[in-house]
Write a protein that binds this ligand. Structure first.
Ligand SMILES: N[C@@H](CCC(=O)N[C@@H](CS)C(=O)NCC(=O)O)C(=O)O
Length: 344
């Protein structure tokens, strides 16, 4: 009897060592713990794309991708300000995530198979469905990308943009010259100076770049969209708990929009008798606790940042200088393809 209970005890010890490693703390939980210990989230963003991630006049980072990290900080700390933003170039963004210089990359990055599998990363969600397009001067009187043969095209290395560009021009038997630029500002300067006559990028970024030009209406974004660019936040593969937090933060913001709960209606929602609203705001169930946060995690996100529509509308929507209609990024109930699994 005695030796049997000793065997069981040893088995339990062996199992917990295998699961937890010698340090006791499971490797999986370390990103959230590190963020809490340091008192802030470290978020990789772009070097400056208006509406998505760029320093505002007051010096604070602002934009759609920035707000996603602010939502994570709100969920964790009940304070959307506890984020350090690290601007990363297209070329070194994934290395900086891999080497743990940032906790999450929230930077107009396309989800592709090789970025997950060859680089050991995971995309947590698609926060913005995009595609690659072209921008030219109105004065060129070009109506279609198929008329761009012989152009000098500005493009940034380390992007899906560079690869799609070659595929598209080659497939259509058109010659082109690549003008390699280091960042969006350099692209705009080269385009302005005539170093290149075509800008190509995710259509969302073309809108951002056009809004930055002296006379936005002198430039047209051509109708062709030549690729799928599902943009979203990426994390390292080793930490499923953190992956879950990032993924469900996006889903919570979408589910809030779908349920009609926003920063403006959150106080009423706390008194709601509707089951889906109760689960969302934590008056029923312990959904936040299941992902290592608190029951009121969505209340925190909504109060400090807002739901998906609020973030979209204030940063890139039709009322902003970018003026991008929701399109594919509308909820599935509104003609788009944004669809979040339910909280239940
Ligand atoms: N979504 C594409 C393109 C992303 C990208 O980095 N595009 C450039 C072209 S404008 C950019 O945003 N650069 C911003 C920067 O370097 O800070 C990808 O993931 O490769």
């Amino acid at each position: 009897m005695r030796s049997r209970s000793l065997t069981i005890t040893l088995q339990i010890v062996a199992l917990s060592l295998a699961l937890g490693g010698l340090g006791g703390e499971p490797a999986a939980a370390q990103t959230l713990k590190a963020i809490k210990d340091r008192g802030s989230l470290v978020c990789g963003v772009s070097e400056g794309i208006a509406g998505f991630s760029a320093p505002a006049q007051n010096g604070n980072w602002a934009g759609f991708d920035v707000d996603f990290c602010r939502a994570l900080a709100a969920a964790i700390f009940d304070d959307a300000g506890k984020v350090k933003f690290v601007p990363l170039s297209a070329d070194d963004r994934f290395n900086k995530l891999r080497s743990k210089e940032v906790d999450v990359l929230s930077r107009n990055s396309s989800w592709t198979m090789s970025r997950e599998n060859a680089l050991g990363l995971l995309f947590a969600a698609v926060t913005y469905y995009d595609g690659q397009g072209f921008m030219v001067r109105q004065a060129r009187k070009v109506a279609s990308a198929l008329e761009l043969g012989g152009s000098k095209v500005c493009v940034q290395p380390g992007t899906t943009t560079q690869l799609n560009l070659a595929d598209y021009f080659n497939a259509n038997g058109m010659k082109f010259e690549v003008v390699s630029v280091a960042n969006p500002a350099a692209a705009l300067k080269a385009y302005d100076d005539g170093g290149c006559d075509v800008l190509t990028s995710d259509v969302s970024q073309l809108h951002a770049q056009r809004a930055t030009l002296a006379k936005p209406n002198d430039h047209v974004i051509l109708p062709e969209v030549i690729s799928k660019e599902p943009l979203g936040p990426a994390v390292r593969q080793e930490d499923p708990e953190w992956f879950n937090i990032v993924k469900w933060t996006h889903f919570a913001m979408l589910n809030a929009e779908e349920a009609g709960v926003s920063s403006k209606t959150i106080d009423q929602a706390l008194g709601s008798a509707k089951p889906d609203v109760k689960r969302l705001v934590g008056t029923e169930g312990n959904y936040g606790e299941q992902i290592g946060l608190t029951k009121d995690w969505v209340v925190r996100i909504l109060k400090h940042v807002g739901n998906y529509a609020e973030v979209y509308d204030r940063n890139v929507g039709v009322e902003t200088p970018l003026g991008i209609p929701r399109g594919l990024n509308h909820l599935w109930t509104m003609g788009g393809i944004m669809y979040a699994p339910p909280i239940r």
